[in-house]
Unconditional design. Structure first.
Lengths: 112, 112
DNA sequence: TATTTTATCTACATTTATGGATAAATAAGA
DNA sequence: TCTTATTTATCCATAAATGTAGATAAAATA
């Protein structure tokens, strides 16, 4: 089972890339994750995760054009590949199938 | 971020325990996971994961009664604690909030 | 006593997240 | 042009978390 799944953090990174579109590069991904999760995320973790996702074929990347406004190295822009989209779908599907099998009142809390 | 989240495998284990109710013990959890994920899961991974989830307070456990029909050590029956339910809820919520932020046509695939 | 079912333990390899240092690319100013 | 500041990626070493195999022990029935 090791390494065969999307990790949870990886899944969030993939989703963030989908959300950010043309602005999906390291720092922006970090910020998006921090906003949504309310936790501190290290930039190294984001880069490491993106590299791994690219190795796995779930992300693609290209370097952005230079802009007039800022200094700084070019942004490495990521996009979710088709296999990446399928991996997201698969993860969702597995959870949903378990979710659907939960007996009524399995939990005290209301899972709206 | 390390260790602050439910891992993906842990999340599936929690859900399986919710599904199985009174039958939520090692082997049954393994089977449930294998059925739903279509992958091989080692029994050690299940036990290790349950132990860790119990340490984190997301699962509780008690030993089942002896049954007439079989030999064998008593089953250790798990249940999802309230914090465990909240952790599941939180994981869902974070994904949903990213999901909702996806621009239309962010993905080629249809995420029904 | 033997057999079955299950948990527990131990050791380990792999994966993941992090911090910190460094390098590259760019713009702006002297 | 030269220098400096800025923005970003890359690299490295490491700590922590995760999943696994394999051995062992315990509890139960026959």
């Amino acid at each position: 089972m090791k390494g065969t799944y999307l990790g949870e953090f990886e899944e969030l990174v993939l989703l963030s890339v989908g959300v950010l579109q043309q602005e999906a590069y390291g720092l922006a991904i970090k910020k998006e994750l921090e906003d949504q999760t309310q936790r501190k995320v290290s930039i190294s973790a984001v880069h490491a995760s993106c590299n791994r996702l690219e190795e796995k074929g779930y992300l693609t990347s290209h370097f952005g054009e230079k802009t007039q406004k800022r200094g700084g190295r070019r942004k490495k822009i990521y996009a979710v590949s088709l296999p990446g989209q399928k991996a997201l779908q698969r993860a969702q599907h597995i959870r949903k199938s378990l979710w659907d099998r939960l007996p009524p009142n399995a939990f005290t809390l209301d899972f709206a």
